[in-house]
Design a binder for this molecule. Sequence first.
Ligand SMILES: Cc1cc2nc3c(=O)[nH]c(=O)nc-3n(C[C@H](O)[C@H](O)[C@H](O)COP(=O)(O)OP(=O)(O)OC[C@H]3O[C@@H](n4cnc5c(N)ncnc54)[C@H](O)[C@@H]3O)c2cc1C
Ligand code: SF4
Ligand code: SF4
Ligand code: SF4
Length: 396
Amino acid sequence: MIKIQDKNNCCGCTACEQICPRRCISMKEDCEGFLYPSVNIESCVDCHLCEKVCPAINPFTPAQQIPRSYACKAHREDIRLSSSSGGMFTILATKIINMGGVVFGACFQKDWTVAHNYTETLEGLKLFRGSKYVQSFLGNTYQKVRDFLKEDRIVLFSGTPCQVAGLNHFLRKKYDNLYTIDIVCHSIPSPLVWKMYLENKQTGNHIKHITFRDKFAGWRNYGLRISNESQIIEQGTKEENLYMRGFLENLTVRPSCFACPARNYTSGSDIMLADCWGLDKYHPEIDDNRGMSQALILTEKGKKLFDTCQNDIFTLRIPYEEVEDKDLHLPITASTRPHPYRDYFFENIRKRPIEDLIASCLKKGDLRSQIIENLKRTGKVFGFDKIYRIWKNKGK
Ligand SMILES: Cc1cc2nc3c(=O)[nH]c(=O)nc-3n(C[C@H](O)[C@H](O)[C@H](O)COP(=O)(O)OP(=O)(O)OC[C@H]3O[C@@H](n4cnc5c(N)ncnc54)[C@H](O)[C@@H]3O)c2cc1C
Ligand code: SF4
Ligand code: SF4
Ligand code: SF4
């Protein structure tokens, strides 16, 4: 039976919970606000299914072929501007709906928590559009996907790589009528941090709209915007807004993101979507800072779906060296590192107002990096770095 000894090794995909024939696994929230499986040992019959479907215990092997990669964006500006990057998700999902299929994705709930749901309509797709920087609640999503597949419906599942890996493990067989899209993901913030952050903003306000990727300052400078019926309650770029900084600097995020079980194209997805960072460096002639997606085509099925979209999108084939540029797309192949004050942050999460705590941890982190940088520089001036290298090599 599944036993979480090290939280780095559980991404919370729920595959174990959803596969258990005895229904003896439930996902319980820990003090950081993340869900982990908990087993009722008395009902367990030791069938080991939960372990077999766990992507952290049995990761898929990385794809052998170098994927084809494209910079792409929707011709429709309204779609592009309301999407995180170039709107490629909506274009692909539209094809599935037009084939009579079902699309699964992450959306806000009435209380602004984030959960997976499905839609069979083009209107319903709007709710999945845009990145939500909070771990989404999966519930029994994988079971619903399987039900639709068994009814021979075409299904598109979209989510983080670990969620796609979880689904593929849960299904335990390939379905011709299943398409999967994962989004490149460096880490995912705690739903508890989001709840606490929002509680501060909600006082006396009826929130009407939230976007994590508003392009008010351009696609590259994206930021969070929260508004009610008549006015903006909160707006700040990714450098200004504390919630965004806590996420992007890996302070408020899940431990498994530092040992991601779905890196290096191991989720089994058909297409991977990312922000096409590096456009200003490699292709400035097509960069308008309004958003460009990057699509990595990972399977033949993915290629066929992508090809059906050609009339609705602009595309440019990009060489794999650009995708491999570590400054741009490191999260595709390697796990991110925790902020040095991550553990301190979660130990103190209920002791101080959330924004104060984020600000103070980020400040301490900046100070720490400055000190390390200064020490390195001083070390170089006095030649300590050479002595250190000689001493290190001696030990080998
Ligand atoms: C947590 C997170 C981290 C990311 N990190 C990076 C990164 O480091 N580098 C990079 O290049 N791109 C990253 N992305 C992906 C990027 O932001 C865009 O989602 C991607 O480029 C697709 O954009 P789009 O315009 O095609 O579609 P959009 O309409 O913007 O994307 C919608 C898709 O995102 C999915 N989605 C949204 N929120 C969630 C969520 N909380 N959990 C699971 N699925 C979700 C929806 O289901 C849908 O499939 C991240 C996305 C998320 C959600
Ligand atoms: S071993 Fe089988 S019965 Fe026990 S928790 Fe795992 S899946 Fe459930
Ligand atoms: S990674 Fe998924 S399957 Fe494995 S223990 Fe965690 S929730 Fe269960
Ligand atoms: S970084 Fe990996 S473990 Fe973390 S949410 Fe993204 S895919 Fe899942």
